[in-house]
Design a protein around this ligand. Structure first.
Ligand code: AMP
Ligand code: GLY
Length: 420
């Protein structure tokens, strides 16, 4: 079949890599893609947030399956437009994508299904919100309700910080995402992510992961989209995972179905785990980046079978083969990321890397300038390796990244420290 992937990050490169290995895949397209994806798929210019443009492309190129990578096309209803045109699609409807697009919506779902999460209150007026944080005291967490490119959350250690955050949000720092705020109890514990596919009814676990949000070693520096990840996450023991499934994830899927907005696609649940008990921090309605890279490295070609079964409502027919393996990815970012950084710098040495089912260099912010690979973004590459142990995967990933010659890049040297 002809398949189209929407997106341009390391996440989409890893999805393309797994998809392309499956014999079911004939021609693979990616919009807009990047220099790495261009080696295994046909990259096309397309406004991926415009449902009618995406449908028109699918019709003219006989696309039979679409995998939607990022959240914004999902929140804009691109999956709805594709399904209406009878094109098999992996990714939730706009109504179900509210699980990421509105933090208040997720809290309502938790309330309706009794799922453990932080206590909270919602506000649309600055003064009432300030009174609330003043009464509650710190630490406390202030969140813009809507999509804010991962930036709308302030984990405030003092009441003043929380009030500053409220002024920013209601002052328009996150645009329409900040017309409402959710203020939450601060939860202590260890964070981990859990990924499941759901076809609206059935659930298939596809792995756990932990990421590294801060830019520099020892969890110092500013928050980023993620500087590295590994799978599995040791804190997600069988016991914690089954609590997470039974108390949080399955009730969410059931509640979405009950409301007539079944959830179909990957659900990425972020948990805070303390004393063996998971509580929900947030949902995302897409794969994480760079978490997807480690999941795809472990799943390989069977990821496509699982995504297809998910889109067809036949997830109960899928059994995944798990090796007792570990994967780890290191993000190579442009110096200055996540604030300002140079674009257009050249990366050398990529041709020296021997890629295999155990080592892959996934591209994110890259483009091909005739034969040269140049940077176009902040997170540029994610170097991913698999091994029989996490240590082996880590050593392989670091040995690989050292071969890359890129003066303007930096990476963390301690990915995986918590698990090692
Ligand atoms: P979110 O975008 O909701 O995932 O929040 C971003 C990050 O803020 C999370 O990964 C946590 O590290 C932190 N965070 C969010 N909510 C809470 C909370 N209620 N308690 C403690 N930390 C939180
Ligand atoms: N790595 C975090 C995310 O994709 O949201």
């Amino acid at each position: 079949m002809n398949i189209l992937i929407l997106g341009s990050g390391g996440r989409e490169h890893s999805l393309a890599w797994a998809t392309n290995q499956n014999p079911k895949c004939d021609t693979l397209y990616c919009a807009p893609g990047n220099a790495g994806i261009a080696l295994i798929a046909t990259c096309v210019e397309l406004d991926i947030e415009n449902g009618s443009d995406v449908v028109a492309f699918c019709t003219s190129h006989e696309i039979e399956f679409v995998i939607i990578g990022p959240e914004s096309p999902l929140a804009m209803g691109v999956a709805d437009d594709l399904r209406e045109a009878n094109i098999l699609t992996f990714g939730p409807s706009a109504a179900a994508a509210q699980l990421e697009a509105s933090k208040a919506f997720t809290k309502e779902i938790c309330d309706a299904s009794n799922a453990p999460t932080a206590r909270y209150a919602r506000f649309t007026e600055l003064n009432l919100a300030i009174n609330y944080v003043t009464n509650q005291g710190a630490p406390i967490v202030v969140k813009a309700d809507g999509l804010a490119a991962g930036k709308g959350v302030i984990v405030a250690m003092t009441v003043d910080e929380a009030i500053d955050g409220l002024h920013d949000i209601f002052g328009g720092a996150f645009g329409a995402a900040g017309t409402e705020v959710v203020i939450e109890e601060f939860m202590e514990g260890e964070e981990a992510s859990f990924f499941v596919l759901s076809d609206g009814k059935n659930i298939l676990s596809i792995g756990t992961a932990q990421d590294h949000k801060r830019a520099y070693d020892n969890d110092q520096g500013p928050n980023t989209g993620g500087m590295g990840a590994y799978s599995p996450a040791p804190v997600m023991t069988n016991e914690v995972t089954s609590k997470a499934l039974n108390e949080i994830v399955q009730p969410t899927i059931d509640e979405m179905a009950r409301r007539g907005t079944p959830y179909q696609g990957v659900l990425y649940a972020g948990f805070m785990i303390k004393d063996g008990n998971p509580r929900l921090v947030e949902y995302n309605v897409r794969f994480g980046d760079p978490e997807c890279q480690v999941l795809m490295m472990r799943l390989g070609a069977q990821a496509l079978d699982a995504m297809l079964a998910c889109a067809m409502g036949e997830l109960d027919k899928i059994r995944l083969n798990w090796a007792e393996d570990h994967a780890l990815t290191i993000v190579y970012a442009a110096k200055g990321y996540p604030s300002t950084y140079k674009k257009g710098t050249q990366i050398k040495g990529l041709e020296l890397i021997d890629e295999s089912s155990r080592v892959q260099v996934f591209h994110a912010g890259t483009e091909l300038d005739t034969t040269k690979v140049r940077t176009t973004g902040g997170r540029v590459l994610s170097i991913t390796a698999r091994g029989a142990s996490l240590k082996e995967a880590r050593n392989k990933a670091y040995a690989t990244i050292e071969k890359i010659d890129w003066e303007d890049g930096f990476y963390r040297n301690d990915i995986g420290w918590r698990a090692l």
